[in-house]
Design a protein around this ligand. Structure first.
Ligand code: AMP
Ligand code: ZN
Length: 460
């Protein structure tokens, strides 16, 4: 019962039939977080999408090889080649080292993935700082092939030597040249040139710096993704994802570096998640617009309600955040859970017609909103309760909404929040905290049992 998979490819701006490089396997790279702060829920939209993509392939019988990198060096505050390293700045603000904050926010990021029930079994999480030699080697290849030049602050990629440079993002390079008369860095030959290796500032000791053939410094932001994807997946690989902000700079530069170094295509399918916006514009990691999963939990909104809310819109549409919208999604999700629980405990036959319809929608550029609509339609249909239970269980393999972990009793939000916190503590192997939370839950009249990677709560 397999169907073809179609994906919208940013490279061609069309929906294309997915053809794997190796039969039955898919290799995917997802640009990961810069770990100078917590992830906001906009960032997390990118990883819920990556998870649904992975689950869709797994549902279709593919073996998935997946990488989410951890950017712990080199991403400058301007997103270009000027300004301070975000890590270094974050560390200074907190009075810690860049190494310290990288650890803290990487752990927090992985906790967020766990709370959203994002599958990470087998996923590689390479840190940029652990692949410095690979990045240096890649810059050396580009240097030998004549694509680089040196300025007083680093080694740069000469984008005029890659004639296809503007194609991916449909950049107006000529317009950019005219508009760039007052360049911050007047040693750059072209405004689109970018740093491959930056020199540590003179008279300043950075927390993170390494020896290189060009002097002490640190890698540019883009080179890490080219080096780590080559090392862990090989090129070309099948799918590369990220937010749409990455199209004109980060991914354009990754393509330039990788294709000039290897002489062949870097990635077959590029997929980009549109932005989660707040009323004043895009969600950012600073200011009032900075909403984390914890911010939702503080308002008794569960991470799964956020996941459900994301699934109700297409990844290629911009979504507008409001607490009211996510609260309404939580109410809808609880209604679905309620319906599921009313089906009882007996498993009937999986409704293959419904599964096939949902598969066709998912395989049509990951149309989760259509699948959610089918779920609502189906639970109201006249199929038997037993079949409905079996069918929803099957669908949940791809939705990841944890239907089977729900229990009949109406569990108060407060208890659910404690159980979620305890699940996190257990994932962190923080047994003392887990025991403390269990005692708290029990003192409030409920018991909690661990099952697979979830829990069951019952009234005592
Ligand atoms: P960063 O931690 O800033 O490097 O970003 C991590 C991922 O989140 C990248 O794929 C970004 O493109 C994506 N991203 C950043 N802001 C948003 C947003 N408001 N909505 C959706 N995705 C975002
Ligand atoms: Zn990247």
């Amino acid at each position: 019962m397999s169907t073809d998979i179609y994906l919208y490819n940013t490279k061609t701006r069309t929906k294309e039939l997915f053809m794997p490089i190796r039969k039955g396997e898919v290799r995917m790279y997802h640009c990961g977080p810069t770990v100078y702060n917590f992830a906001h829920i906009g960032n997390l939209r990118a990883y819920v999408f990556a998870d649904i993509l992975r689950r869709t392939f797994e549902w279709n019988g593919y073996a998935v090889h997946q990488v989410i990198n951890i950017t712990d060096v080199g991403h400058l505050v301007s997103d270009g080649d000027d300004g301070e390293d975000k890590m270094q700045k974050g560390a200074r603000c907190e009075g810690k080292t860049a190494w310290d904050i990288a650890k803290v926010y990487e752990t927090a990021f992985k906790e967020d993935l766990a709370s959203l029930h994002i599958r990470t079994q087998g996923t590689h999480f390479p840190r940029a700082t652990e692949y410095i030699q690979e990045q240096i080697a890649l810059v050396q290849v580009l240097e030998q092939k004549g694509y680089t030049y040196k300025t007083s602050d680093g080694v740069y990629f000469d984008t005029s030597k890659f004639p296809q440079y503007a194609d991916f993002a449909k950049l107006d390079v000529k317009g950019m040249q005219e508009g760039a008369r007052v360049e911050v860095n007047d040693e750059k030959k072209n405004p689109t040139d970018f740093a491959l290796w930056k020199f540590s500032p003179k008279n300043e000791k950075r927390d993170m710096e390494w020896q290189s053939p060009w002097g002490i410094g640190f890698p540019g932001w883009h080179i890490e993704c080219s080096a780590m994807s080559e090392k862990l997946l090989g090129t070309p690989f099948d799918i590369h994802t990220g937010g749409i902000d990455h199209i004109p700079v980060h991914h354009t530069n990754e393509i330039a570096q990788s294709e000039c170094a290897s002489g062949h295509e870097y990635v077959h399918y590029w997929m980009h998640v549109h932005f989660l916006n707040v009323k004043d514009g895009k969600m950012a990691k600073s200011g009032e617009n900075f909403i984390r999963l914890q911010t939702l939990l503080d308002r008794n909104i569960s991470p799964l309600a956020y996941r459900y809310w994301l699934l109700t819109s297409h990844y290629r549409s911009t979504t507008d955040f409001s607490f009211e919208a996510i609260e309404a999604a939580q109410t809808a999700l609880h209604r679905l859970y309620g319906a599921y629980l009313s089906f009882g405990d007996t498993l009937g036959e999986i409704n293959t017609g419904v599964i096939q319809k949902c598969k066709v929608s998912l395989n049509d550029d990951i149309n989760t909103a259509q699948v959610i609509a089918y779920v609502w339609e189906y639970i109201k249909s006249d199929d038997s309760d037993e079949n409905k239970k079996a069918t929803i269980d099957e669908l949940d393999k791809v939705l990841g909404l944890q239907f089977a972990s729900q229990k009949k009793e109406v569990v108060p939000e407060e208890i659910l929040a404690l159980a979620e916190a305890r699940l996190l503590a257990r994932k962190n192997k923080d047994w003392a905290e887990s025991d403390r939370l269990r005692a708290d839950i029990e003192a409030k009249g409920f018991s909690v049992k661990d099952i697979n990677d979830g829990y069951e709560i019952a009234k005592k």
